[in-house]
Design a protein around this ligand. Structure first.
Ligand SMILES: O=C(CO)[C@H](O)[C@H](O)COP(=O)(O)O
Ligand SMILES: [Fe+2]
Length: 228
């Protein structure tokens, strides 16, 4: 069992005028990585930022924080090289946004980034499965992508459980409405990379919430390894 618990705050709900400072604050509070939501107003009905912002963030906060780019964009192929050049570490694209996932996976790897593959709530996990052996991380969306602060979709948990049963060492990420109220469900199902936006960024004590999320997931991983 190679995977470990990792918490990645989504900075979507933070004060975007202070993005660099907000990223640093999350890392100081114990975040393992940063989940950066890129939205193009086409794949999803919202717009955030692109590679120029990522490049500025990388310069401002230094080489260490791991940037997981959640690419909620149509034609994800077009941003692979610019994102790699900007300092992204992982390129997580949506299965629904491309007709040639195999080629895109290859391009991401050749650009030196890790590969994440995301599915929206309406996409089955069986559609992701053929690619699971070629990716570093599977992202199971637990809200319809586009906005932070939505309600966690508990009915996505069977997808996570199935993926964990089929791919015991794959990194599995959940994203959308995840916080202290929903983390137990995610951990039991087998998720190990936890994106949390509003529950972490907008609370009074992000350090405690990050620690709580991490403890719950670490304990579930330990229990799973003892049960095997
Ligand atoms: O991808 C996303 C939305 O499409 C965000 O990462 C996600 O919504 C995180 O925010 P919150 O925890 O507030 O739901
Ligand atoms: Fe996201």
């Amino acid at each position: 069992m190679a995977y470990t618990a990792k918490i990645g705050p989504s900075i979507l709900s933070s004060d975007l005028s202070q993005l660099g400072r907000e990223c640093e604050r999350m890392m100081e509070c114990g975040a393992d990585y940063l989940h950066l939501d890129v939205m193009d107003g086409h794949f999803v009905p919202n717009i955030t930022f692109g590679h120029p912002m990522v490049e500025c963030l990388r310069h401002s906060i230094g080489p260490d924080p791991f940037f997981d780019m959640h690419m909620m964009v149509s034609r994800p192929e077009q941003w692979v090289k610019p994102m790699a050049a900007a300092g992204a570490n992982q390129y997580t694209f949506h299965l629904e946004a491309t007709t040639n996932p195999g080629n895109l996976i290859k391009e991401i790897r050749e650009s030196g980034m890790k590969v994440g593959l995301a599915i929206k709530p309406g996409t089955t996990v069986e559609e992701l499965a053929p690619w699971a052996g070629q990716i570093d991380m599977a992202l199971v969306m637990t809200v319809e992508p586009g906005f932070g602060g939505q309600k966690f979709m508990d009915d996505m948990m069977p997808k996570v459980s199935w993926l964990r049963s089929q791919f015991p060492s794959l990194d599995i990420e959940v994203d959308g409405g995840v916080g202290p109220d929903s983390i137990h469900r995610c951990a039991e199902a087998g998720a190990n990379m936890i994106v949390s936006g509003s529950a972490v960024v907008s609370c009074d004590d992000p350090r405690s919430v990050i620690a709580l999320l991490k403890n719950v997931v670490s304990e579930a991983i330990q229990k799973r390894s003892l049960d095997r």
